[in-house]
Design a protein around this ligand. Structure first.
Ligand code: ASP
Length: 282
């Protein structure tokens, strides 16, 4: 069967003793998406499932375990996009949502909009039975003592047996951000993008990813017939040439190729598909 999924666990510096656990977390998440693809499910469901697993893993900066803003609170950003229809859904600066990617999917499917923010997004969650929680439940002790300042956004891109592609990304953003700050993750074409050429998820310095519209840039390179690996590398080279930031990118091309690249120190990645080959990188 033809399918592929690739997930990332965020670009940045990590505490060396958490590296193996992060790689393992990515592997479990990729497997959750692969199970759906193997039984003929959609790229959209697979990408969402992988991201939910990472949101529930306190090691990663998304959902439970998100980084804290300047007021010591979690504010989440997330987006999902279906490449075959260009439908997208996203949430920004929302509090008290256990799985922000679920809420992004609901925005895509149950509202006429693409991006809902803050209090309105929270109310939308309540109206559509998306699990809300006490925002404190998303805070883990490591983030409270903020010994880790690394990124750890999560993302997944998938290709299903029908040739459809999807991208999903979720994050708590950057440490010490101002309340209300929105990063690249929920902005379509910046941290998240999918069309019929490629599906892309980015991580890293959000403001720099926004100014380079990194995900759309990479998808455009694939549309110009670059292979996925070259497109990912060129997109990161463009990013590095125009900003001082660090970033990582994963992408899937319509031909089924997987690509990833980074100029950050680390980015755990796991890919499953086709020959069932597994790529792990940190
Ligand atoms: N890109 C995310 C943001 O700026 C952070 C990250 O990838 O770790 O919100």
């Amino acid at each position: 069967m033809t399918f592929a999924i690739i997930v990332h666990g965020g670009a940045g510096e990590v505490a060396p003793d958490s590296l193996d656990a992060r790689k393992q977390g990515c592997r479990v998440a990729a497997e959750a998406g692969a199970v759906i693809l193997r039984r003929g499910g959609s790229a959209l469901d697979a990408a969402q499932a992988s991201v939910e697993v990472l949101e529930n893993n306190p090691l990663f900066n998304a959902g439970t375990g998100s980084t804290l803003n300047r007021e010591g609170r979690v504010e989440s950003d997330a987006a999902i996009m279906d490449g075959s229809t260009l439908k997208a859904g996203a949430v920004a600066a929302v509090s008290g949502i256990r799985n922000p990617i679920r809420l992004a999917r609901a925005v895509m499917e149950r509202s006429p909009h693409i991006l809902l923010a803050g209090e309105g997004a929270h109310r939308f969650a309540q109206q559509h039975n998306i699990e809300t929680c006490n925002p404190e439940e998303l805070v883990v002790p490591e983030q409270r003592s903020h010994w880790e300042k690394e990124h750890g956004t999560v993302g997944a891109v998938a290709l299903d047996a029908e040739g459809r592609m999807a991208a999903a990304t979720s994050t708590g953003g950057i440490f010490d951000k101002l309340p209300g700050r929105v990063g690249d993750t929920p902005l379509i074409g910046c941290g998240t993008f999918a069309d019929t050429h490629a599906a892309v998820s980015c991580t890293g310095s959000g403001e720099d990813i926004i100014r380079t519209t990194l995900a759309r840039h990479a998808a455009y390179l694939v549309a110009q017939d670059l292979d996925a690996v070259t497109a990912a590398k060129q997109a990161i080279a463009y990013f590095a040439a125009h900003t001082q930031g660090d970033a990582g990118i994963i992408l899937k091309s319509r031909k089924g190729e997987l690509g990833y690249a980074r100029n950050s120190l680390y980015m755990p990645v796991c890919a499953l598909g086709f020959s069932e080959d597994l790529i792990l990188d940190a």
